[in-house]
Design a protein around this ligand. Structure first.
Ligand code: NAD
Length: 504
């Protein structure tokens, strides 16, 4: 059903520090805008700086002293309630997300659902959170492990999954007993605030999660450098991620990084090509290609490349671009004007490199589209693996087709980037499928499905330049936010020396 989106009210957001609503100390603010109608201000938020971050870290440290003592199951109950509140409010949250971030309503509902799933899943860790009990080499001695919180941790998030990504970080962080300073992306502050409000309503004690709004280089930088922050969980670009790792490394803080991707779908000669076209369409153009797992490379074997390219181009040409609040729209806007220019810049790069522009390659300006930042779904054909459009993350509705001769070459091309987040293979041959699963250099591999579609019960993350070895989601999410403590209990009543007083 198509309908004119209603004009919605403006959010007057404030920082949440120690349970209080506070403007920035300087009084400065910034706006978040609707990328489908750039003149529409979605909300006004404090432009926070180092002094506001300091307030938030102090509030978090004060709350941490008590929160870490709350039993795990009780912490889990609060997280479960927050998930239920998000479920109750799923529709208004999704609508707010589409207004603020632009993704089409169906996907905004999916983003919110992912947070609900994450909350329900991680709440269960309150009654699991397994440690180990292992034998001791000595008599009457017990050896076991338990998780311990880190203290105050920072969560710095991007705009492309404005509710799901905060949930991947904040739910496990507080489940493990940490207190959080949350610095969301400057493009999606209203969504971030809704997430924090759900936690507040669920009964989370004041100060356990604090939110400071602001720009990366000002507010985010202060979060990174604050000596009271023990760990930084960051999702965003490689450039900023490297900087986060450097600053945290010098301060001996833990940092966990979820960075970019250049994810390949491999389509082999024996694939169900129709199914592969369905997958490529969804993987490349869903969220206007603004997913870290977007199918931004299509590695297609020679026997099917012509048919695949023609069919994909035909389907992509008929995708409806527009305001994601209209139910019939399939491709929403690009997040902001800077990003729109960047996406178009890559079209110019591709043309300059000699790639064949099969479809799109232009800013969409007809009618109402001129009010926002829209880009036509874009496909390059006859792309070589060495081209920049085949190597660099574009983060827009642009995908490139790389023809290959053999399975060996397909795997080599798919693996031939500095990223390693997600990869996929379409084949009907079970042997080739398992070979690809084993050989594709990626944290996540799909068979006969596109590179997007992760579920929260498995770990999420990448290898190579996509990250630094951590995983979000799954029970592994707790690893990011906890330390292991090893405990030995000697009830023998005498001194027993490990490695020395051992009996055979
Ligand atoms: P970005 O790196 O520009 O910003 C991410 C966050 O870092 C924002 O909150 C920003 O304000 C903050 N920031 C910027 N400079 C900072 C600094 N000096 N110190 C501290 N914080 C700072 O990324 P983006 O444009 O918001 O997001 C797009 C990128 O995120 C893409 O590269 C995408 O692949 C990646 N991403 C990765 C995953 C994943 O899980 N691997 C998921 C989603 C997005």
């Amino acid at each position: 059903m198509s309908g004119t989106p209603a004009v919605a009210e403006r959010v007057e957001g404030l920082n949440v520090i120690g349970g209080e609503r506070r403007p920035s100390r300087s009084g400065a603010t910034f706006e978040s805008r609707n990328p489908a109608h750039a003149a529409e201000v979605v909300g006004v938020f404090p432009r926070s700086a180092a002094e506001d971050v300091d307030d938030a870290v102090r509030a978090a440290a004060a709350a941490y002293a008590q929160w870490r003592l709350v039993p795990w199951p009780a912490r889990g109950e609060i997280i479960l309630r927050a998930a239920q509140i998000l479920e109750r409010d799923k529709e208004p949250i999704a609508r707010l997300m589409t207004r603020e971030m632009g993704k089409v309503l169906t996907e905004a509902r999916g983003d919110t659902q992912e947070a609900i799933d994450m909350g329900k899943f991680i709440a269960g860790e309150g009654r699991r959170a397994f440690g180990e009990t292992v034998p001791s080499e000595l008599r009457d001695k017990w050896a076991m492990t338990m998780r311990q919180p880190l203290g105050v941790v920072a969560c710095i998030t991007p705009w492309n999954f404005p509710v799901a990504i905060p949930s991947w970080k904040i739910f496990p962080a507080i489940m493990a007993g940490n207190a959080v300073v949350f610095k969301p992306a400057e493009d999606t502050p209203a969504c971030a605030l809704r997430f924090v409000e759900a936690l507040e309503e669920a009964g989370l004690p004041a100060g356990v999660v604090n939110i400071v709004f602001g720009y990366g280089e000002e507010c985010g930088e202060a979060v990174l450098r604050h000596p009271g922050v023990r760990a930084v969980s960051f999702t965003g670009s490689v450039e900023v991620g490297r900087h986060v790792a450097e600053v945290c490394g010098a301060m001996l803080k833990r940092s966990s990084l979820e960075l970019g991707g250049k994810n390949a779908i491999v389509v082999l000669d024996d694939a169900d090509v129709e199914l592969a076209v369905d997958g490529a369409l969804w993987g490349a153009f869903g969220t206007s290609g603004q997913r870290c797992t977007a199918s931004s490379r299509l590695v297609v074997q020679r026997g099917v490349v012509a048919g695949f390219t023609a069919h994909l181009a035909e389907r992509a040409a008929s995708l409806r671009v527009g305001d994601g609040l209209r139910e019939d729209v399939q491709v929403g806007p690009i997040i902001n004007e800077k990003q729109l220019r960047r996406v178009h810049g890559y079209t110019e790069v591709g043309v300059g490199e000699g790639a064949r522009l099969v479809l799109g390659g232009e800013v969409a300006r007809d009618g109402e589209l001129a009010e926002g930042w829209f880009y036509r779904p874009t496909i390059f054909g006859d792309v070589r693996a060495s081209m920049r459009v085949a190597q660099e993350e574009i983060f827009g509705p642009t995908t490139v087709i790389l023809p290959v001769e053999s399975v060996d070459e397909a795997l080599a091309v798919a693996n031939g980037t500095r990223y390693g987040l997600s990869a996929s293979v379409y084949t009907r041959d079970v042997r080739t499928a398992f070979r690809a699963v084993n050989e594709l250099e990626a944290g996540i591999v799909y068979v006969n499905a596109p590179t997007i579609g992760a579920e929260i019960q498995l770990p999420f993350g990448g290898i190579k330049n996509t990250g630094n070895g951590h995983r979000e989601a799954g029970h592994q999410a707790l690893d990011e936010f906890s330390e292991w403590k090893s405990i030995y209990v000697d009830y023998s009543g005498r001194l027993q020396r490990a490695q020395i007083d051992v009996e055979m």
